[in-house]
Design a protein around this ligand. Structure first.
Ligand SMILES: C[S@@+](CC[C@H](N)C(=O)[O-])C[C@H]1O[C@@H](n2cnc3c(N)ncnc32)[C@H](O)[C@@H]1O
Length: 371
């Protein structure tokens, strides 16, 4: 009998005939643990070229050919396309992508997976159309690509989506297999219980469409959660707003998404923080000419001394409340506001000289997690 243990989450698969192993484990949900039988299998396996799959790296392989075909079909790949794949693993999806696309560029963090992948594509004689980069996809600089199709490690969903939709590379669509709950949050609309900063930030620049659900039983090893496929399509036109500023603004609004904006912006910590940023922005605007040569420390010192004056903070709080009241936002909750309403509020804050991030840094969008 299988014993369940929460500490270990490994399953051993024979490296190469992944499909064979899956055939044996089909419709069988492995526990997040191992018993004496697992340990014995592991000893056997290590002798014979098997390797472990690590939950920490999100290594849940999708081997159902029908589902893989369906993902590729829904991705609408053209024969001239270059597809970016994140986490190709042993190549189950990659091989299908290579049938449909001109080329695939894949980023895989685990070099054991890369070795298996290389062998499999070489066997099919399609290795000249595949580039595999053994690197953390979150740290990598992506080359040009037309679209993304991937069964990604769920642990990096939020920063990866942020990197894609706010990144510099233009692409047609990203078809992603995600944890079902994450997909629901991505698809959520204002007023939905799942609606949060993730949906707000993504929907500013992209449309998200639900494609299909995939049961956890289709993965080896079986994860604890079900999955969904969504298609993210960047918008042709995005609002004219600084994306760093937008992200910092939504972070401030959605700190406690069910609090009213009045309650959120009344908090002393928030008031002092925004006062510092607004002073810094003001200062930078005044001394723009010198920014390149001035030590940033001087500006920060000036700001913190300005913020330590409680008088300044209390009049700044009045200013914040004044903006919220002016357009009836004080008693509204961010989780119920549309992007147009949030953009309107941000514009009102700016008119009042209130800013949410240090725009003097003027770099590309800081890639961070949206949740
Ligand atoms: C869910 S598995 C998908 C494997 C394969 N695409 C499939 O569908 O069978 C995710 C893969 O992403 C890899 N991975 C995990 N973290 C990564 C990261 N930060 N960058 C690139 N690959 C990563 C894992 O090693 C694993 O092979």
């Amino acid at each position: 009998m299988l014993r369940f243990s929460s500490s270990i989450s490994r399953l051993i698969l024979k490296q190469y005939p992944v499909r064979l192993i899956h055939a044996r484990s089909r419709n069988r949900c492995y526990p997040d643990g191992e018993d004496d039988g697992d340990k014995a299998r592991k000893r056997e396996a290590n002798k014979d070229g098997y390797f472990q799959l690590y939950k920490s790296k999100g290594q849940h392989l999708l081997t159902n050919q029908r589902i893989l075909d369906s993902i590729v079909r829904k991705s609408d790949i053209k024969p001239t396309d270059t597809v970016l794949e994140i986490g190709p693993g042993t190549g189950n999806l990659t091989l299908k992508l290579l049938e449909a696309a001109n080329s695939v560029v894949a980023f895989e963090i685990d070099k054991r997976m890369v070795e298996v992948l290389h062998k499999r594509v070489a066997e099919r004689g399609v290795d000249d159309r595949l580039t595999v980069v053994c690197e953390d996809a979150l740290k990598a600089e992506f080359p040009e690509f037309d679209l993304v199709v991937a069964n990604i490690p769920y642990g990096i969903s939020s920063p990866l989506v942020a990197k894609l939709v706010y990144g510099e590379r233009r692409f047609r669509s990203a078809t992603l297999l995600l944890q079902k709950e994450f997909a629901r949050r991505l698809l959520a609309k204002p007023g939905d219980s799942e609606f949060n900063r993730l949906a707000v930030n993504v929907s500013l620049v992209a449309d998200v469409e639900f494609a299909m659900d995939v049961s956890k039983r289709e993965f080896v090893p079986c994860p604890k959660v079900d999955s969904s496929v969504v298609i993210i399509r960047p918008k042709a036109e995005v609002p004219d707003v600084n994306l760093d500023e937008w992200c910092a603004f939504t972070k401030a609004c959605f700190g406690k998404k069910n609090k009213t904006l009045g309650a959120t912006f009344k908090q002393k910590k928030k008031v002092v923080e925004l006062l510092a940023l607004s002073k810094l922005t003001e200062l930078n605007a005044e001394t723009e000419y010198y920014i390149g040569s001035n030590p940033v420390g001087d500006e920060e010192e000036e700001c913190s001394s300005a913020c330590s004056e409680m008088g300044g903070a209390s009049s700044f709080k009045e200013k914040l409340m004044g903006v919220l009241k002016s357009a009836d936002f004080e008693n509204k909750r961010p989780s119920k506001l549309s992007n147009d309403e949030l953009l309107h509020l941000l514009a009102l804050f700016h008119q009042a000289g209130i800013y949410f991030c240090d725009r003097s840094k003027n770099t590309s969008v800081v890639i961070e997690s949206f949740e």
